[in-house]
Design a binder for this molecule. Structure first.
Ligand SMILES: Nc1ncnc2c1ncn2[C@@H]1O[C@H](COP(=O)(O)OP(=O)(O)OP(=O)(O)O)[C@@H](O)[C@H]1O
Ligand SMILES: [Mg+2]
Length: 130
């Protein structure tokens, strides 16, 4: 079963995204199957991996808020063994929205549980918030 690692810190600009991208690329180069979930509306991981944030069709927002499966939103990157569920700016709205009801903490966990059978590591780049 794969391991899920969230890279999170309430403070901004402390190296979350840099850690996510470099750790993921290194694990991929070492032969591990890796998925990054970009959960930050800023989308720096998404653009850092070479995708145009404005052209993303299905994002982590759709996985969280809509009836979109993680598989449908997953993109292959140019890096070995590395896939990405990209971010979208409308995640900013989701951040406000999902904070209103209980059970929000387990929403993503439940959605990606099955992916633990597919990937060795799932890294989640979090926004600078609680
Ligand atoms: N280990 C490091 N040493 C020096 N500079 C670093 C290191 N890690 C990251 N940086 C630099 O710090 C800045 C912020 O990094 P990064 O974007 O990874 O932070 P972040 O925590 O993801 O930010 P945000 O909270 O806005 O998402 C970038 O300019 C990055 O190049
Ligand atoms: Mg970041």
């Amino acid at each position: 079963m794969g391991k899920i690692i969230s890279i999170s810190n309430q403070k901004g600009g402390v190296g979350k995204t840099t850690t996510t991208v470099n750790l993921a690329a290194s694990l991929g180069a070492a032969g591990k199957k890796v998925l990054i979930i970009d959960l930050d509306p800023q989308g720096n991981t998404t653009s850092g991996l070479g995708f145009n944030k404005k052209e993303v069709e299905k994002s982590s927002y759709d996985v969280l808020e809509k009836d979109v499966s993680p598989e449908e939103a997953t993109l292959k990157t140019e890096f070995k063994n590395l896939s990405l569920i990209p971010s979208h700016i409308n995640l900013a709205a989701a951040d406000a929205g999902i904070s209103l009801f209980s059970g929000k903490e387990s929403k993503l966990k439940n959605k990606i549980f099955e992916l633990k059978k597919v990937y060795d590591f799932i890294l989640i780049d979090c926004p600078p918030s609680l």
